[in-house]
Design a protein around this ligand. Structure first.
Ligand SMILES: NC(=O)c1ccc[n+]([C@@H]2O[C@H](COP(=O)([O-])OP(=O)(O)OC[C@H]3O[C@@H](n4cnc5c(N)ncnc54)[C@H](OP(=O)(O)O)[C@@H]3O)[C@@H](O)[C@H]2O)c1
Length: 237
């Protein structure tokens, strides 16, 4: 358990009372999104399999294994009880397998990607759906890749898993129709970090999306009416 008292305070309309859960918060994208939301005054529940230390009192690190449905549901209810509300779920759990010609695809890779890219989305969304629905402006977002709609033979399992995660997100969007909540798919070719630029200063990263730009797009989700946002697929590349 994370604790008993309700910790939400401030004004949800300007972001200072908002509570947003970021899963995969320990990754490069998760760290950028967490920092950006917290800088805007949002209380961020930063979830990884292992909690890390954040030097920002608006960020609460938590640990959860999103492959465990019962544990995920208990954790989500605990977050909602502790903070009194949940206004967003930004799902940034990743994983990649591939690199072989289609006939050599290892279905072990499919099993891994299904668990990482589909199951964790299912468990997290089912757990937070009631809480996002109760928010005046609940938001859910995943980050997908162009392969979901344009599969390549060298990453068949990855493309299939991302396509499934997109379909699941759009089904959730359908459940939000006519409410203040919205579910959205953000699409990138790949994510870029400063470390990648430093390691390969001469590389062409023009098709990649910097994690800070992704963070900006996530923060802007609350600036747009749910009716305009819900069920959309936004290309950030
Ligand atoms: N990187 C790219 O180029 C790219 C391209 C297209 C789409 N995306 C998507 O963008 C998002 C962020 O990508 P990323 O590369 O930053 O992700 P990532 O580093 O692969 O994963 C982020 C975090 O997910 C956590 N995680 C893994 N399994 C988990 C589980 N069962 N329960 C709870 N947490 C778990 C890990 O936390 P711990 O460290 O605590 O284990 C990890 O740090 C992902 O959804 C990814 O699919 C990324």
């Amino acid at each position: 358990m994370m604790g008993g008292m309700t910790e939400s305070a401030g004004n949800a309309a300007d972001g200072t009372g908002r509570v947003v859960v970021v899963t995969g918060a320990n990754g490069a994208a998760g760290q950028a999104v967490t920092r950006r939301l917290a800088a805007g005054g949002t209380r961020v529940v930063a979830a990884g399999r292992h909690p890390i230390t954040w030097d920002d009192e608006r960020v609460t690190p938590t640990a959860v294994d999103l492959s465990d449905q019962a544990a995920t549901r208990a954790w989500a209810d605990d977050v909602a009880a502790r903070f009194g509300r949940v206004d967003g779920l930004v799902h940034l759990v990743g994983g990649w397998r591939g690199g072989t010609p289609f006939p050599d695809t290892d279905l072990g890779d499919w099993a891994f990607l299904h668990d990482q890219l589909v199951r964790t989305v299912q468990h997290a969304t089912l757990a937070f759906h009631p809480h996002l629905s109760a928010s005046p402006a609940g938001r859910f977002a995943i980050v997908s890749q162009h392969a979901a709609r344009h599969p390549r033979q060298n990453a068949a399992a990855y493309a299939t898993a991302k396509a499934a995660a997109e379909a699941w997100t759009l089904a959730m969007a359908d459940s939000f129709e006519g409410t203040g909540a919205a579910a959205v798919v953000l699409v990138v070719e790949a994510l870029l970090t400063d470390a990648m630029r430093e390691q390969r200063p001469d590389a062409d990263f023009s098709k990649l999306t910097h994690v800070d730009d992704l963070a900006g797009a996530v923060a802007a989700l609350w600036d747009e009416p749910a009716a305009d946002l819900n069920g959309t697929r936004r290309d950030l590349s």
